[in-house]
Design a protein around this ligand. Structure first.
Ligand SMILES: [Fe+2]
Length: 370
């Protein structure tokens, strides 16, 4: 069967310009030329959906994901996640394939060598300052955290992430409440993964804002998921409220200055050359400006970034994937940002597999050649 591309379903009001379903690939036996086609499609469309992959083994998922970055090796957050990290509770490693994690919700008696799993879908009440009241939790939710899959310290962001829906609960919908300065809402399938495009965001910036993004760099906190573990999120998931709740640096594990990540704000697509504004607001600590000065005031840093990034999450710019069992989603982790969404009831059991590896290189900046 030849490889073919098909548009993803969209709400009538959607203005999303990325994402494609790809058919005609045998992922367990992918020729080099078919892989090259897939890679080109991924970097052209940012998000690729391949359906009916129930039989894909963890090892095959790893092999496919690694093909996008053959020099990569370790899981994106390293071999071991500190129990002080906010990510500790969300990730369970598959014993036979440590780059593949089990995520989901509810009780799973056994799966791939793991037994008696009690998974917890990250709920915004664990992270947001102003969670939705419990009596509205069934029908309403918030974006949990807009992010780039990455440790943002010591390790570089994976080039590509794969997510496989192994088991999903019966379908229902929830309404995302933004609860910011707007009254925006977005109707989404329960447990959607929501994406926005960094290049669309870049295109929406004014010339002056683009110039700022092209010439500034962002410095991320050391051990960011421990550093921000007491801090609380904005209600729309786009970064942290500045309430001085970050842990003081001396209380973090030992810090090696050379492991601190400083990245451009604009990342270049290695195939199309398009520039995407890619900044992970939760982990940001400083902005290095074009004139060499460094913006160190955390509240000012966050406000500056928030003003630039907020427009990216307007409802019509978001692709909320409607997961069906067997869906494999691959995404350009240097080109789109995503958020977990939704609040599951205890009996709504879901099981996913996530795979990515720390990038063998940092993101390409505006001046890098492709
Ligand atoms: Fe993620």
């Amino acid at each position: 069967m030849p490889i073919s591309c098909h548009p993803l379903p969209k709400a009538p009001e959607s203005a999303v310009d990325f994402g494609v379903e790809v058919r005609g690939l045998d992922l367990e036996n992918l020729s080099d030329s078919d892989f090259e086609s897939l890679r080109t499609l991924l970097y052209t469309h940012q998000v690729v959906v391949i359906k009916n992959q129930q039989a894909l083994s963890p090892s095959a998922q790893y092999t496919l994901t690694r093909r996008f970055d053959p020099s990569a090796g370790v899981y994106s957050h390293g071999a071991k996640i500190s129990n002080r990290s906010v990510l500790h509770r969300d990730l369970t490693t598959i014993p036979s394939q440590p780059q593949v994690q089990v995520i989901g919700h509810g009780h799973i008696p056994s799966y791939e060598g793991l037994t008696d799993l009690h998974l917890q879908h990250p709920h915004h009440r664990t992270f947001h300052r102003d969670p939705i009241p419990a009596d509205q939790d069934h029908d309403f939710t918030h974006f949990y955290r807009w992010h780039i899959d990455s440790a943002m310290y010591d390790l570089d962001p994976p080039l590509v992430t794969s997510l496989l829906a192994v088991k999903t609960p019966p379908r229902r919908f929830q309404t995302v409440l933004y609860s910011d300065s707007t009254n925006c809402t977005l109707r989404v399938p329960l447990g959607t993964t929501a994406f926005f495009s960094g290049s669309r965001l870049f295109s929406l910036l004014s010339p002056a804002e683009q110039s700022f993004v092209l010439t500034s760099k962002v410095e991320y906190a050391p051990h960011p998921y421990i550093w921000m573990s007491e801090a609380k999120s904005r209600s729309n998931g786009l970064g942290i409220l500045s309430e001085n709740l970050e842990l003081p640096l001396p209380s973090l594990p030992p810090i090696s200055p050379e492991k601190v990540r400083v990245y451009p704000m604009a990342w270049k697509n290695p195939v199309t050359g398009a520039l995407a504004m890619m900044v992970y607001p939760t982990c940001v600590r400083k902005i290095h400006l074009a004139d060499g000065t460094v913006m160190e005031d955390l509240a000012e840093v966050r406000e500056t970034l928030y003003k630039l990034q907020r427009r990216a999450i307007d409802p019509e710019l978001i692709y909320p994937h409607d997961w069906v069992e067997g869906d494999l989603v691959l995404f350009n982790n240097h080109g789109v940002m995503h958020s977990i969404v939704g609040s599951f009831a205890e009996e709504e059991v879901r099981l996913f597999r996530q795979c990515n590896m720390a990038g063998s290189r940092g993101p390409l900046g505006p001046d890098d050649q492709i």
